[in-house]
Design a protein around this ligand. Structure first.
Ligand code: MG
Ligand code: MG
Length: 270
């Protein structure tokens, strides 16, 4: 997810220059990533048709506070004056792509449920998202979810020291678009650290060999958002929820990973 990573903060040098994390800082980022993974693990266990998105938010809040962590998204405002995000997590259903606000909406059998979770430990953020199907989904939904998960895997494999951001984008795009699906353009992956959104932006479409070079100690979020129809998006009147412009389904997966000399290290995993 990127709560407004394409908005606003470009004037801040922290946003424009990728930060390199020390070994000690990476330890904090691993701890944050672990908390995020624990939250997602818990949400997978309790998700079923009939629960509300607000119930999932409460479950996430419990796990985060039990680990003495802080939620990354609650109160987040991408630019001064923006509506602060009111949830602990983002819950986006069906045609909603990202940034859905949890509340009293009841999840139905077959709903495509996108859960995006961020947590802070020792001043450092972790950020991860999954798409789940509540109850029984049809083959079309399963194919979309599976493709999006594989797109994230391909992106992670491309995240090597010396490679460029465009190599990640090209790996994601090369899997998804030849299969007739589209990728969201207006929202991207991002660097992460003391801030939820840092440089560089990680688009899901692009050309290999182009863009900022990946260096050891950088930590990034890769997050393909795959649409069945158009890549175009709209934002609902709540100021947050991003939906597909044509109302067709969308899926989203995200991991936080460190660039290391031994290859990508996924931090948001158990
Ligand atoms: Mg993100
Ligand atoms: Mg996210």
């Amino acid at each position: 997810m990127n709560l407004g990573s394409t908005l606003g903060s470009e004037s801040d040098p922290m946003f424009r220059v990728p930060t390199i994390k020390s070994a000690r800082e990476l330890e904090s980022m691993r701890a944050a990533g672990r908390v995020v993974a624990e939250v997602i693990d818990r949400l997978k266990k309790v998700l079923e048709p009939g629960v509300t998105t607000g119930f999932l938010d409460m479950e996430a809040r419990k796990v985060i506070s039990s680990r003495n962590a802080e939620p990354s998204f609650l109160g987040y405002a991408p630019i001064p004056g923006a509506i602060p995000f009111p949830g602990v997590i983002c819950t986006s259903l069906n045609e909603e792509i990202v940034h859905g606000i949890p509340g009293d909406r009841v999840i139905k059998d077959g709903d495509l449920v996108k859960l995006d979770v961020g947590a802070v430990v020792g001043g450092f953020h972790g950020d991860s998202a999954v798409t789940l199907i509540a109850g029984e989904g049809d083959a079309k939904k399963k194919e979309l979810v599976d493709l999006t998960r594989r797109a994230l895997e391909q992106g992670i494999l491309a995240a090597r020291v010396g490679a460029r951001v465009g190599d990640i984008s090209a790996a994601v795009e090369g899997l998804v678009r030849p299969r007739g699906y589209e990728l969201v353009r207006e929202y991207t992956g991002h660097g992460i650290g003391r801030r939820l959104h840092e440089a560089p932006q990680i688009p899901n479409v692009g050309v290999g060999g182009q863009g900022p070079q990946l260096r050891a100690g950088m930590v990034i979020c890769i997050e393909p958002m795959v649409n069945v129809g158009t890549w175009r998006t709209e934002v609902l009147d709540d100021g947050w929820t991003v939906v597909t412009a044509d109302g067709k389904l969308s899926a989203h997966f995200e991991h936080t990973l460190a660039i290391t000399p031994d290859g990508p290290e996924v931090l948001t995993t158990l």
